[in-house]
Design a protein around this ligand. Structure first.
Ligand code: UT7
Length: 335
């Protein structure tokens, strides 16, 4: 019998209604649509408004959409993993909060913080549970409220990020023509000095001083992150093609993390892929951290065909980076 592999069998998402466009941003800080479009490629981003609403609010809605689409019931789920850098609160895990909100009672749950590589790392983790043969339905929630940690007086970071949540169902398959084929996951703690939020943890618990020093906002050394993202994301994406004897012609899609159009272009170029094989929606959502890749899968789902070779690739805080090669498990237009 063929080996058990982990397959994506459904995708749901939720994006908040409010849209913050470049015009509105240019009235808040010294920036312009021209600068943001040419240097990053973002036109607008969705922002969650409302007192006391965190990522679980969006995650709950993404999961409910997934359940509705797939016909899966909360009782069927046996593991919930949530990737986020913006949990509802430091503890308990946001995975547990979402599980409770949607009525999941027969599962265990925990969060994974791997920055923008969060979806890649949770999918790999889920695959190990699935491949063990003991877990049949794993729910991956990638949920980020980046607006909650963004300084809207800092023009170097505030145009970049947006809010969104996604929910992905992972199930076992023994079909040679579907499921995760290979992965590469990497981290280098050198990156901790270049992309972080310093306040609110055990080193610097929230205080008047941490607030005055703006320590509850994202800090990013953009150029260092950019250089490392370009080389590392492209390196692993090319390596996974080579070690599986795949050329650009064999790939149906690249699904890259959506942080900067120039990083996406550089990765696609190194892989020899033509632009029409690259999923790009950064212009509509900005960088939603760990939600970017599943948000693309959700938007492109009805174009995906069973057996297609797809490469997912990301780079983010840590630094963390990685790639997954998978064969898509169902015809998306039949959903
Ligand atoms: O998802 C997690 C991983 N994150 C990433 O992958 C992001 C990686 N980094 C980047 O995408 C880019 O570095 C940024 C988009 C963050 C910045 O783009 P850049 O081309 O690296 O710009 P820069 O930081 O080198 O700044 C160039 C100039 C500076 O002005 P001077 O010093 O040359 O006069 C900045 O002050 O652009 C200025 N600038 C802006 N101008 C207008 C920076 N932000 C803005 C802005 N509007 N929003």
């Amino acid at each position: 019998m063929s080996k058990i592999k982990a397959a994506i069998t459904g995708v749901g998402a939720y994006v908040p209604e409010y849209i913050l466009n470049n015009h509105e941003l240019s009235q808040m800080v010294d920036t312009s649509d021209e600068w943001i479009m040419s240097r990053v490629g973002i036109k607008e981003r969705h922002i969650l408004k409302g007192e006391g609403l965190g990522v679980s609010y969006m995650g709950e809605r993404a999961v409910k959409q997934l359940f509705e689409k797939t016909g899966v019931s909360p009782d069927d789920i046996d593991l919930v993993l949530c990737s986020t850098v913006t949990p509802d609160m430091p503890f308990p895990a946001t995975a547990s909060i979402i599980a409770d909100k949607v009525g999941i009672k027969n599962a265990f749950h925990f969060d994974i913080n791997a920055g923008c590589s969060g979806f890649i790392f949770t999918f790999i983790t889920a695959a190990k549970f699935i491949e063990s043969g003991h877990y049949k339905k794993v729910l991956l929630v990638s949920a980020e409220k980046m607006s909650g940690i963004t300084d809207y007086t800092d023009r170097t970071t505030c145009p970049l990020f947006g809010d969104a949540a996604t929910a992905v169902l992972i199930e076992p398959t023994t079909d040679d023509n579907s499921g995760m084929v290979d992965y590469i996951a990497k981290s280098d703690g050198f990156g901790r000095n270049h992309l972080y939020m310093k306040g609110g943890g055990s080193c610097y618990p929230a205080s008047q001083q941490t607030i005055d020093n703006k320590m509850h906002y994202i800090y990013q050394d953009g150029q260092t992150v950019f250089k490392n993202a370009v080389s590392n994301m492209a390196d692993v994406s090319v390596e996974i093609m080579e070690r599986n004897n795949l050329t650009a012609d064999d790939l149906a899609w690249l699904v890259p993390h959506q942080a900067n159009m120039r990083i996406i272009d550089a990765t696609a170029r190194r892989m020899g892929l033509s632009p029409e094989k690259v999923m790009i929606n950064i212009q509509n959502y900005g960088n939603t951290t760990s939600a970017t890749i599943p948000l693309c899968l959700w938007e492109w789902e009805n174009q995906l065909k069973k057996g297609e070779n797809i490469v997912l690739s990301a780079f983010g805080a840590g630094f963390t980076w990685g790639t997954i090669l998978l064969k898509w498990a169902y015809d998306g237009d039949k959903i």
